[in-house]
Design a binder for this molecule. Structure first.
Ligand code: SAM
Length: 210
């Protein structure tokens, strides 16, 4: 099996998240992260997903909410940062926590009916991660991605640049990656966030495996 492609410096990025993990759950920070969680929960509820993976789960706030609010058959919280996962393990014993990269998931083909990821996709090798999400989903499976997104991709260094630690994709790029991985896009829109974060624009893109 060939090693998955990952974004340059991604190991350093995930180590950095371990360092900041003790501050991550502070309420003023969580006002930024909660709106995407609410959107994803609504998508999962509408889809009636039963076997779900929350990729780059961080300290596990969304995975834990999925477990408590939707009572799925299985919920996996996946992340590369040991520090973030330590906090997640302390939060819940009912979520199954796994340390691995988004680009190489430890699930069989067609094992899940939903894969979600919030506020982390800009750190992934995006096309590789979406192909992996597609592989682990059943036909009809749901993918929901929220991520920081720009309107001006032409001013950006291209996504494939190997030294770039994150890439904030435009809505058009997101659609192209979804479709390239084999998903039909069913929804895409901006997520309102607190007024003091107006510079940070978040986008949700939702798709299904045909
Ligand atoms: C801003 S936090 C988001 C956490 C959580 N999803 C939330 O909404 O609060 C970003 C997370 O992405 C994780 N991450 C970054 N690149 C990753 C990768 N390639 N595979 C898995 N996790 C990754 C980091 O370790 C960090 O925990």
């Amino acid at each position: 099996m060939t090693a998955p492609q990952r974004r340059g410096l991604n190991n350093a990025v995930t180590r950095l998240w371990s360092l900041v993990s003790p501050a991550y759950d502070l309420p003023f920070l969580q006002r930024v992260y909660r709106p995407p969680h609410d959107e994803v929960i609504a998508q999962l509820r509408a889809h009636k997903s039963r076997k779900i993976a929350d990729i780059a789960c961080g300290t596990g706030i969304l995975s834990d909410r999925i477990e408590r609010e939707l009572h799925p058959e299985a919920i996996y919280g996946v992340d590369m940062s040991e520090g973030m996962l330590n906090q997640a393990r302390a939060r819940s014993t009912r979520v199954q926590w796994i340390r691995c990269p988004a680009e190489q998931l430890p699930f069989d083909d067609g094992a899940l009916d939903a894969v979600v990821t919030t506020s982390a996709f800009h750190f992934f090798h995006q096309s590789e991660a979406l192909r992996e999400f597609h592989r682990v989903l059943v036909p009809g499976g749901l993918v929901a991605v929220t991520a920081l997104s720009t309107q001006r991709p032409l001013l950006q260094i291209p996504a494939a640049n190997r030294w770039k630690p994150q890439h904030n994709a435009s809505p058009t790029e997101m659609r192209a990656w979804f479709e390239g991985a084999g998903f039909a896009v069913t929804d895409q829109r901006r997520i309102p966030r607190p007024p003091w974060t107006w510079l940070i624009s978040d986008l949700i893109t939702v798709g299904t495996k045909g």
